[in-house]
Design a protein around this ligand. Structure first.
Ligand SMILES: Nc1ncnc2c1ncn2[C@@H]1O[C@H](COP(=O)(O)OP(=O)(O)OP(=O)(O)O)[C@@H](O)[C@H]1O
Ligand SMILES: [Mg+2]
Length: 173
């Protein structure tokens, strides 16, 4: 399957949080969600939105414990690989979490060999306009891919939910 990325403009941190909430409704057991992007791109903001959509009031930073598990539906495990060396990653047993039906949500997923998991969303946040005075400073671009039929259709469902909710909000203003 050759996936085409979906591109979205996210004009504020709140909008990114709302995207996460909408995507949470489309998660399914055994899905790997890879959050990619530079320092400050908005990965944790998007992760918090996903957590909120699953009913969590707040997700603590996973930096020091490496992984945090949440008894949501589907169950969630959240990790940030920023400080990890590639050779340390197998000890996290992410494949076991996935086969047990957890959604695995990873920040700095570049450090993980994710390509063996086709039930995967790649969510890449970019900051192409930071130096452009004509663009809002908070603007981020998201490029999103699903890599299997199930991950692609669920991702499309989540993004559709988000774009319809945003249109409704704009219509109400
Ligand atoms: N459109 C946006 N989407 C997400 N965050 C944004 C946006 N605009 C501004 N921000 C702000 O950018 C800052 C950094 O976001 P965040 O911590 O989510 O990034 P990160 O990718 O997790 O960074 P790091 O790699 O350093 O952990 C936050 O203060 C957030 O509120
Ligand atoms: Mg972060």
């Amino acid at each position: 399957m050759i996936p085409h990325p979906t591109c979205l403009s996210l004009d504020s941190a709140e909008e990114t949080t709302r995207l996460g909430e909408a995507l949470a409704a489309a998660l399914f057991p055994g899905l790997l969600v890879c959050l990619r992007g530079n320092l400050g791109a908005g990965k944790s903001t998007l992760a918090q939105g996903i957590g909120r959509g699953l009913g969590l009031r707040r997700m603590a930073s996973p930096s020091f414990v490496l992984l945090r598990e949440y008894p949501t539906s589907p169950p969630l495990v959240h990790g940030d690989l920023y400080r990890l060396q590639e050779e340390e990653i197998p000890s996290l047993h992410l494949d076991e979490y996935l086969s047990q039906g957890y959604v695995v949500l990873l920040e700095w997923a570049e450090r993980f060999q994710a390509t063996v998991f086709p039930d995967r969303w790649d969510l890449c946040l970019e900051t192409p306009f930071l130096d452009d005075p004509d663009q809002p400073f908070d603007r981020r671009i998201l490029r999103a891919w699903g890599h299997s039929a199930a991950s692609l259709s669920s991702l499309e469902r989540g993004i559709h939910r988000f774009t319809s909710q945003e249109q409704e909000r704009k219509g109400q203003r």
